[in-house]
Design a protein around this ligand. Structure first.
Ligand SMILES: [Mg+2]
Length: 286
């Protein structure tokens, strides 16, 4: 892992020269600061403005790829014309493209069953938050009360030892993610969308374990940036913190603008350039 800003001249030249660019960004901990609960996360207005500017840069497609359910992340970003991926890549939607992992449809009932069981065992007073995201679930324990710690980790160990249900668990920042076994991950999602867009140069930015899938998928052919340095990460570069992502968004847009590249390979460009119905310069809601 190299520090991004010390290598930015070489990166800028590569960004400018590529005929097309697919910029994939994680949401929580990358575009937005990590919050106490998922409901408290917000996209700062300057990040929204920088995303809008980046999506309008020549030949650039922006893909927001989150562990959240797709409608939730689209609502939080609130920009039309971008590509959105939810449930770590199980669902993708954007201009002229909609995809969902068919295998993940089959395990929705079992996901709902585990969500109901965990919500009953760990009601809100315990500090555990169980999110049903339809295709996957998240068990957040950032605010776990000490009195419930023993019982919580015992229950999680028991759930993780249960095999044969077509589901598996992954860890993250104070969260356990329940996912369909063999379902598309973030690396698959980046590959699928890149193929649809005619294989543009890929750049991926993320901060958590599930982002490693896209770092691996782009290894040797794209640019990968981790928010925060971490030993063992497959990302090529790192930023020191989430606040630096704003500078990175502006840096990518500036590199494309300087490149003078007139390529218009991305459908999103057309949509973003369409006149806004409300005549306002505020971001359009989705
Ligand atoms: Mg994240």
């Amino acid at each position: 892992m190299k520090p991004f800003w010390k290598n930015s001249a070489a990166v800028s030249a590569r960004l400018a020269a590529a005929p097309g660019l697919l910029v994939t960004l994680d949401f929580d901990g990358t575009l937005a600061a990590l919050a106490e609960t998922p409901g408290q996360a917000r996209l700062e207005p300057e990040f929204r403005a920088a995303l809008k500017e980046l999506a309008a840069a020549p030949g650039v497609c922006v893909f927001i790829l989150s562990g959240r359910a797709l409608p939730g992340v689209r609502h939080l970003v609130g920009l039309r014309g971008l590509y959105y991926g939810g449930n770590h890549g199980i669902e993708i939607k954007g201009p002229g493209f909609a995809w969902c992992d068919a295998g993940a449809l089959k395990t929705r009932g079992r996901v709902a069953g585990i969500v109901a069981d965990m919500q009953e065992r760990f009601p809100p007073g315990t500090g555990v938050l169980v999110e049903n995201k339809l295709f996957s679930a998240s068990v957040h324990y950032r605010n776990l009360k000490p009195a419930f710690k023993h019982g919580f980790f015992n229950r999680m160990r028991s759930l993780m030892a249960t095999r044969g249900a077509g589901l598996h668990w992954r860890g993250g920042h104070k969260v356990f993610e329940l996912l369909p076994r063999g379902a598309a991950h973030k690396g698959d999602a980046v590959g699928l969308l890149a193929k649809h867009l005619g294989a543009p140069l890929g750049i991926a930015v993320g901060d958590d374990l599930t982002d490693e899938d896209m770092f691996k998928a782009l290894a040797g052919r794209g640019l990968t940036v981790r928010v925060g340095r971490k030993a063992g990460s497959k990302a090529g570069y790192f930023l020191s913190g989430q606040g630096e992502v704003l500078r990175l968004l502006r840096f990518i847009a500036a590199a494309r603008d300087r490149g003078g590249n007139e390529t218009d390979s991305c459908g999103a460009i057309q949509i973003l350039h369409a006149p806004h119905a409300h005549g306002s310069n505020r971001a359009q809601g989705v």
